[in-house]
Design a protein around this ligand. Structure first.
Ligand SMILES: [Zn+2]
Ligand SMILES: [Zn+2]
Length: 250
C-alpha cells in the first residue's frame, strides 16, 4: 500500500498522542463532512441525489443545524429530501391500512398486520439512513486499513500505538472487528497481545484516578493533592462511551 490520502490524517492523529486516536480521527472527519454538506457540494446534482435518498440521522441533522452555517443551503437540502420521503413512503402508508382501495399489497389485503409492519420497516430504514454516517463508516474503514498496514511495517508507528493512551470502548471493539477482518493469524496474535496490554494499563490507571476522585470526598483526604483525578469522571465517561462532547472543566 502506497501513501494514500488516508495516511496523513492517521499519522497526525497518532502523533497528537491523545487518548483514543480513533476518536480524534472520527471527530475531525465528522466536522469536515458536516462542513462539506453545507458547502457548495449541496448544489451538485449527484450530492443532492444521495442526500434526497438517504437523508441524515438525528445526530447529523442536529450538527448541520447547530453549525449555524448556510441555513439556506440546509433548507434547500431538507426541502428536496422531504419531497423524496413523501413520494417514497406516502403511497405505501396509505395502502397498508386495512380497507385501503390501493393495491400495493394486492392479494394480501387481509394480512394487514404484516403489511403495516413491512411499511414500518421501510419508514425505519429511511429514519436510519444517513449520508454522513455512511461516509464516516467507509472512511474509518480505510483508516483501519492504514493503521494495520503501518503497525506491521513501521516500527515508529507501532511504538506510538503500543505506548499510546488506549482507546474508548466503541473504538476498542472497532479495532477488534478490524483485526478479525484484516489480519492473518500471526498478525492477530501479536496485535491483540499489545492491544490487550495497552487497554489494561490505561483502564487500570483510569480506575485508580476515579477511585482517588471518590476518596477525596473523605474529609481525611481533603487537604491531599487531587493527583491526576480532578477530571477523572469526564475522562471515564469518554473512555466508556466514546462521547467526545464532554470536555473536562478547566
Ligand atoms: Zn474512541
Ligand atoms: Zn449520521
Amino acid at each position: 500500500m502506497k501513501e494514500t490520502i488516508y495516511t496523513i490524517p492517521v499519522n497526525d492523529a497518532y502523533e497528537a498522542g491523545h487518548p483514543c486516536p480513533l476518536c480524534t480521527l472520527q471527530q475531525k472527519l465528522d466536522s469536515d463532512l458536516v462542513e462539506y454538506y453545507l458547502g457548495p457540494a449541496l448544489m451538485e446534482p449527484d450530492v443532492r441525489k444521495t442526500t434526497n435518498e438517504k437523508g441524515f440521522c438525528q445526530k447529523h441533522l442536529t450538527d448541520l443545524y447547530c453549525s449555524e452555517e448556510n441555513r439556506l443551503g440546509l433548507g434547500l437540502t431538507l426541502h428536496t429530501h422531504i419531497d423524496d420521503l413523501i413520494n417514497d413512503l406516502h403511497p405505501g402508508i396509505e395502502a397498508c391500512r386495512p380497507g385501503s382501495k390501493k393495491n400495493l399489497f394486492k392479494g394480501r389485503e387481509k394480512d394487514y398486520r404484516k403489511n403495516i409492519r413491512e411499511m414500518a420497516q421501510r419508514v425505519k430504514k429511511r429514519e436510519d439512513g444517513c449520508v454522513i454516517c455512511d461516509r464516516l463508516e467507509n472512511t474509518m474503514d480505510r483508516y483501519l486499513d492504514v493503521i494495520f498496514y503501518q503497525y506491521f511495517i513501521d516500527a515508529d508507528f507501532k511504538k506510538r500505538f503500543d505506548e499510546g493512551q488506549g482507546y474508548c470502548l466503541p473504538h476498542l471493539s472497532f479495532l477488534m472487528y478490524g483485526a478479525a477482518k484484516y489480519l492473518n493469524q500471526n498478525q492477530a496474535a501479536e496485535f491483540l497481545t499489545q492491544l490487550s496490554c495497552l487497554e489494561k494499563r490505561c483502564l487500570e490507571t483510569l480506575r485508580d484516578d476515579v477511585e482517588w476522585y471518590t476518596l477525596k470526598y473523605d474529609y481525611r483526604n481533603q487537604d491531599k493533592s487531587w493527583k491526576n483525578s480532578k477530571d477523572a469522571l469526564p475522562r471515564a465517561i469518554r473512555r466508556l462511551s466514546g462521547d467526545c462532547s464532554l470536555k473536562p472543566r478547566q
